[in-house]
Design a protein around this ligand. Structure first.
Ligand code: C2E
Ligand code: CA
Ligand code: CA
Ligand code: CA
Length: 279
């Protein structure tokens, strides 16, 4: 039994080693990826439910590695967070997204908001508000054209600090959205304390609105909640016309999902905006 125990132990140890090696090598590759231009932002349109107009886009990070091909953000964002890389990466994302929105404005295209996802570590940076202010100044983007998406889990520990930082961002005129709403440890009492403008209903509810009465009820309730709190409400993960009709009938302000468009390259979005596409 002793012998077996040791073998089992060695087996797990070597398996863990392989995982650790893999993680370390991903981390190293990610470190170089920015300098080697392997990272890009794609932009997914967000559509005003009533008019069908594109009123915002969400910037989504993409990594094309020469050896691995496309690596999903679900894989590399956590590594960037654990290694601290997310800070420099996050600054690059913010700058790139703001600059892109400014370019669209300069080209005379219909104005849209640029929504950028934030990681907890970014929000916890000293003077994050000032950093964002500097980026807006450098890229000459007005604060109202920037929206920052945060998740509830992100704010749970150190809540007062998070609230203060969000408040400072909001005071600058930046729009704040609570992402993946309904999935975290949401508590309605927190909702009143967070200085947010927009709720984004998580896609897991939206995807089942037609097949699951529970998810339909939750979706309706979240939309009504947002309306009563006078928050803007966005549904994400809308994939079919039927889902869209349901969401629309509930009075949701904005929608996002593959039914309208996947995340696309900036040039492609320029074409859509130029042609005044109603999605
Ligand atoms: P998220 O912020 O909830 O982003 C929405 C995700 O849903 C995106 O996945 C998007 O491509 C996908 N999506 C949009 N519409 C649909 C739809 O109709 N159906 C389905 N099935 N999926 C849809 P993506 O790009 O793989 O990103 C995954 C997550 O990675 C994001 O979730 C976000 O948490 C994180 N992420 C992505 N880009 C960034 C970034 O620049 N910074 C940070 N901190 N996190 C990011
Ligand atoms: Ca998001
Ligand atoms: Ca506000
Ligand atoms: Ca989301």
């Amino acid at each position: 039994a002793k012998q077996l125990g040791r073998n089992t132990h060695q087996f797990f140890a070597s398996e863990m080693n392989v995982k650790l090696q893999e993680r370390l090598s991903l981390e190293n590759e990610l470190r170089c990826a920015l300098a080697r231009n392997e990272l890009q932002l794609h932009y997914q349109p967000r559509v005003e439910t009533q008019s069908g107009r594109i009123v915002a886009v969400e910037a989504l990070l993409r990594w094309h590695s020469p050896t691995r091909g496309w690596v999903s953000p679900g894989t590399f964002i956590p590594i960037a967070e654990d290694s601290g890389l997310i800070l420099s990466l996050g600054t690059w994302i913010l700058k790139t997204a703001c600059r892109q929105n400014r370019l669209w404005q300069e080209a005379g295209l219909p104005p849209i908001r640029m929504a950028v996802n934030l990681s907890v570590h970014q929000l916890r940076q000293d003077n994050f508000g000032a950093l964002v202010g500097d980026i807006l100044a450098e890229t000459q983007l007005d604060a109202a054209s920037l929206e920052l998406e945060v998740t509830e889990s992100l704010m749970m520990d150190n809540m007062q600090q998070s609230i203060d930082t969000l408040q400072a961002l909001g005071d600058r005129g930046i729009t704040l959205a609570l992402d993946d709403f309904g999935t975290g440890y949401s508590s309605l009492s927190y909702l009143r304390r967070f200085p947010i403008d927009t709720l984004k209903i998580d896609q897991s509810f939206v995807q089942n609105v037609l097949s699951d009465v529970g998810d339909a009820a939750i979706t309706k309730t979240i939309i009504a909640l947002a309306q009563n709190l006078q928050l803007n409400i966005t549904a994400e993960g809308v994939e079919t016309q039927e889902q869209f009709e349901f969401i629309k009938s509930q009075g949701c302000d904005e929608v996002q999902g593959f039914y309208f468009s996947r995340p696309i390259l900036a040039d492609h979005l320029t074409d859509l905006l130029q042609n005044g596409a109603n999605l």
